[in-house]
Design a protein around this ligand. Structure first.
Ligand SMILES: NC(=O)C1=CN([C@@H]2O[C@H](COP(=O)(O)OP(=O)(O)OC[C@H]3O[C@@H](n4cnc5c(N)ncnc54)[C@H](O)[C@@H]3O)[C@@H](O)[C@H]2O)[C@@H](O)CC1
Ligand SMILES: Nc1ncnc2c1ncn2[C@@H]1O[C@H](COP(=O)(O)OP(=O)(O)O)[C@@H](O)[C@H]1O
Ligand SMILES: [K+]
Length: 512
């Protein structure tokens, strides 16, 4: 499913209407009808509704909802935030239909506050059709006053059409005040405000409905962002062939597991094995080999120079060249630690890894000192920072990252040529060509140390199975999030990273 900026949504509408010849009124009718259907699913008995309509096309959707609820036997009153003369052509047509059918339509210019407030307080449902993607700047009167009154009246249920009035479609900022919705029905595509904070907290549940926009419009002018779902990568999640063997599914090297952080590399390695990779070698400092070997029996363990410290040192093992030719993918970071000679070590790793390379955790912190190291890479590099690591990579703060996570991820991907997986409650995957995928499958159960190490392993495993990064990254993030949800038995307080690993099989099975 596509995710649009306001401009992209306008371009899609324009192409559908002006090039494909679809009447704008038909789209508006579909939008209003499908939003009404969502409401009628929730309320089996006729209720009292107040519809607040603006003079733009969002208001037109509101008039369609008002008429449809009225026809379904609801008591409906409509309040309009401007004059008839200001209405767009289609909106005016649907306003006229409401008048012709005898619906109560009032105009609000700030004078009839008491009347509007009483109406809002009596309503079971308020439909917000004041502003949609056409909003510009801080709310002006009388819209601002109407928004404030809805929030004051605290109606039982608020349905917002396309977006709650008062949120900026593209930045997710609040334009002074915003309507607190219970349900937002978005038309044809997702919009950024449904994901970005603080706007997303005003949307309530978000459902996207079809408005009859032909797929052709989306193919003609593909937006830059997609919401993660299996249709993006399902072709690569195929049943395993009965003729396959371990060599079919790739060999992954996991580098990490320094003294005191053995568990991180273990989690990555186990997650990779549970995600179908054929073979895993875990590279740990020499002193850690025995402990790792007793912890994981299914992986090979390879000792790296450590000078007896249990930490990596800035050297490679003598047999690295011969070994490296056998690995299809390398992941480095979980439990890697910081060590002397680390920058030269990472530079060498970037040079000698001939396949995809996933960098996480301390590998990212080492990289932060000099992003130009990435310029040598010919094969895909994937960086999987959490917001703290991302802040170090861009030389900013976590606040900068969280205020605009999609923008910082896109900029870093374009600047470095790497794929960026910026983790969080909504993980953003940004590709160097500007495309992005936003993930919504995760769970706060994953907000616990070790979850990121699991993701690194899942991603490494899919890449090692030959899945291109454009599919492997969204696939790994989606299934990791789903496994996090499936791991919740009693409470999301209690989920362990190892339980997320145990549920990867269920997540894959449910998606296959
Ligand atoms: N034909 C189409 O293009 C379709 C559009 N659709 C609806 O149309 C909406 C977009 O319509 P529009 O582009 O007409 O825009 P809106 O209806 O979202 O808003 C435009 C109106 O809001 C006013 N306005 C903008 N910023 C304001 C502010 N800060 N304070 C007070 N008033 C403000 C403008 O003066 C204008 O009158 C979508 O969100 C969707 O709901 C749907 O009906 C589907 C089809
Ligand atoms: N509140 C949340 N909702 C959904 N996913 C989350 C949430 N908090 C964390 N996650 C996910 O959990 C993982 C945490 O990764 P990270 O912070 O690197 O952990 P660690 O390095 O300790 O393993 C990421 O995939 C992130 O997207
Ligand atoms: K709205």
């Amino acid at each position: 499913m596509v995710l649009c900026t306001a401009q992209e949504a306008r371009d899609l509408d324009r192409y559908t209407i002006e090039v494909l010849g679809m009447p704008g009124a038909a789209l508006m009718e579909n939008a209003g009808q499908n939003a009404t259907r969502m409401l009628l699913k929730r309320f089996s008995e006729a209720k009292r509704a107040v519809v607040l309509s603006g003079t733009g096309n969002n208001g037109g959707d509101g008039f369609v909802v008002a008429r449809s609820l009225f026809s379904a036997g609801w008591k409906v009153s409509v309040w309009v935030s401007g004059q008839v003369e200001k209405m767009s052509l289609e909106t005016r047509a649907f306003y006229q239909v409401c008048r012709n059918m005898g619906l109560a339509v009032s105009f609000f210019d700030g004078d009839r506050k008491e009347e509007l407030l009483t109406d809002l307080q009596k309503a079971d449902v308020v439909v917000d059709a004041l502003l949609g993607t056409g909003v510009r700047g801080a709310l002006r009167e009388p819209v601002r006053c109407m928004v404030q009154m809805v929030n004051e009246a605290e109606p039982g249920f608020v349905l917002a059409l396309d977006a709650p009035t008062g949120v900026d479609t593209d930045t997710g900022a609040i334009l002074g005040e915003a309507i607190q919705a219970d349900l937002t029905v978005s038309f044809a595509t997702w919009k950024w405000c449904h994901y970005l904070l603080p706007a997303s907290e005003f949307c309530g549940e978000v459902r996207v409905v079809d408005i009859g926009m032909p797929e052709e419009a989306i193919h003609h002018q593909p937006p830059q962002t997609w919401v993660n779902d299996p249709s993006l990568w399902h072709d690569h999640l195929t049943p395993r062939s009965p003729w396959s063997h371990k060599g079919t599914y790739g060999h992954l090297l996991v580098l990490g597991g320094s003294k005191g952080m053995l568990g991180a590399a273990y989690l990555s390695g186990m997650a990779a094995l549970k995600s179908g990779v054929g073979m895993v070698t875990i590279g740990v400092p020499h002193g850690q080999e025995a402990s790792m070997a007793t912890k994981v029996t299914e992986a090979l363990v390879w000792g790296w120079p450590d000078e007896g410290s249990g930490l990596f040192i800035g050297d490679f093992p003598s047999d690295w060249e011969e070994r490296f030719s056998r690995f299809h993918v390398v992941t480095a970071g979980p439990g890697l630690g910081r060590f002397s000679g680390e920058k030269a070590w990472l530079e060498r790793l970037l040079h000698c890894t001939d396949g995809p390379l996933v960098l996480d955790a301390d590998a990212l912190n080492i990289l932060s000192s000099d992003l130009s190291m990435l310029q040598f890479r010919k094969k895909p590099t994937i960086l999987t920072p959490h917001p703290g690591e991302m802040a170090r990579l861009i030389g900013g703060t976590v606040k900068d990252v969280e205020a605009s996570r999609h923008r910082v991820a896109k900029e870093l991907a374009e600047k470095t040529g790497a794929t960026i997986v910026l983790k969080g409650s909504f993980t953003v995957i940004a590709f160097p060509d500007g495309r992005q995928v936003l993930n919504g499958t995760a769970s706060p159960a994953l907000a616990k140390a070790g979850s990121g190490d699991v993701l690194t392993g899942v991603l490494g495993a899919f890449l090692a199975q030959g899945i291109p990064v454009e599919s492997a990254a969204p696939m790994a993030v989606y299934l990791h999030g789903m496994a996090g949800r499936l791991a919740v038995r009693s409470s999301d307080y209690s989920v362990l990273a190892s339980e997320v690993i145990d549920n990867l099989g269920n997540a894959i099975h449910q998606t296959l």
